[in-house]
Ligand binder design. Structure first.
Ligand code: SF4
Length: 381
């Protein structure tokens, strides 16, 4: 194993991975299904187009593993969008700098209002999200506002621009428990095609970011690719799995999560060049469960209530609910929300209230978990 994933990444050849996955036959899938410990070759088989004929069998195994490792629990979290300002141009995102939308970042007063509304909904786990804008929503903004938000919630995760190790160390001190950094795609050529301007163009700075998080001793890290961005989601997800394996070995005391977002419509956004359908997404997430029995898998409100209700009991153990994907979304009145439509990063499909989601989870035999951590107990790392 190389010392860092940027070096390790050099050994992978995109075309070769595409061909290897494509060449898997029925016998390879059966071997993967019968193995007691899925290895990376088995995982490739489970991701393959041939394995799409075995989704039922893969799902049955995934469900058993999920129940063994997580019991009947499903955690609930809510994203809080702090800002839609962004200095990058990404072809697939409503916040892209070249989109002429109303820009906004929340003031401290507005943040407090949002927190109060979210608390009333029952959430204890919060994910802070912002576009990437160093000047207005950078470290100074985080220093000022994160401690206030921290006071209201038991778990706080961030999804911001990739930062430096010193920054993450400082954020840990003011209460950040976890960091999500989605590579979007591990195909270098596609990455350059879709990240046209700004700091996000630097593929390798992003690729190394979770190791900077690991060095800071923030113990929860999240990975993801934007499904449908590259020409081959299977190869993309194989490389994400290799990244996760690397991080798990290097930061063996940390916790990891994976998200599986599909491209959704947004203002000025592109259409997916390699759309992944429902059955394929089901296959993908169940394949991940067989390869990573202990990792948290998260499913957002990008997906429909119908699809979420089918997949959650099989392989998911963390979900968002009632998400508003624009700054100030929770404290706005309904009529204002319509006017603010264009501020959104993307459209959500599951619009059920937290109470409705809680009721559905219970009907499915699952226990909704609103809080799994008491911050007064301190952190272990
Ligand atoms: S994906 Fe992120 S970096 Fe790119 S435009 Fe959207 S908010 Fe900005």
């Amino acid at each position: 194993m190389k010392n860092n994933f940027v070096q390790e990444f050099e050994k992978y050849n995109w075309e070769k991975i595409v061909n290897q996955i494509q060449s898997k036959k029925d016998l390879d899938i059966k071997e993967a299904l019968f193995s007691s410990k899925v290895n990376s070759n088995n995982f490739m088989s489970l991701l393959s187009p041939t394995a799409n004929n075995y989704v039922e069998e893969i799902a049955q195994k995934a469900k058993k593993i999920t129940r063994q490792r997580f019991g009947n629990t499903v955690s609930l979290y809510i994203p809080l969008y702090l800002s839609n300002l962004c200095s990058n141009v990404c072809t697939y995102c409503g916040f892209s700098a070249n989109n002429k939308i109303k820009r906004k970042f929340l003031t401290t007063k507005e943040i407090i209002k949002e927190c109060k509304t979210i608390k009333k909904l029952g959430f204890e786990k919060i994910l802070l999200v912002s576009g990437e804008h160093e000047k207005k929503v950078g470290m100074n903004y985080f220093r000022k506002n994160i401690p206030l938000i921290r006071n209201n919630f038991s778990t706080l995760t961030i999804e911001f621009q990739p930062l430096y190790t010193e920054n993450y160390k400082e954020l840990k001190k003011i209460g950040v428990d976890g960091v999500l950094i989605y590579q979007e795609t591990y195909d270098y050529k596609s990455y350059l095609k879709h990240h046209l301007k700004g700091k996000k163009k630097d593929f390798f700075f992003r690729l190394a970011a979770l190791e900077r998080v690991g060095e800071s001793k923030i113990s929860n890290m999240g990975l993801g690719v934007l499904l449908g961005l590259s020409e081959n989601w299977r190869a993309d997800c194989y490389l994400m799995a290799m990244h996760l394996l690397f991080l798990k070995k290097k930061y063996w005391r940390s916790n990891f999560s994976v998200s599986f977002p599909r491209i959704q419509p947004c203002v000025g956004g592109i259409k997916s060049s390699n759309f992944i359908n429902d059955q394929e997404l089901f296959q993908l997430i169940c394949a991940f469960r067989l390869f990573f029995p202990d990792v948290e898998f998260s499913l957002s409100t990008r997906e429909s209530s119908f699809f979420r209700d089918k997949l959650i009991p099989v392989a998911i153990n963390s979900i968002s609910a009632y998400s508003k994907t624009y700054p100030g979304g929770y404290s706005k009145e309904e009529n204002k929300e319509k006017k603010e439509k264009k501020l959104k990063q993307f459209e959500t499909k599951d619009v059920r209230t937290p109470k409705e989601i809680e009721k559905t989870l219970k009907k499915l035999g699952l226990n909704p978990i609103w809080k799994d951590w008491d911050s007064y107990l301190g952190r272990t790392l």
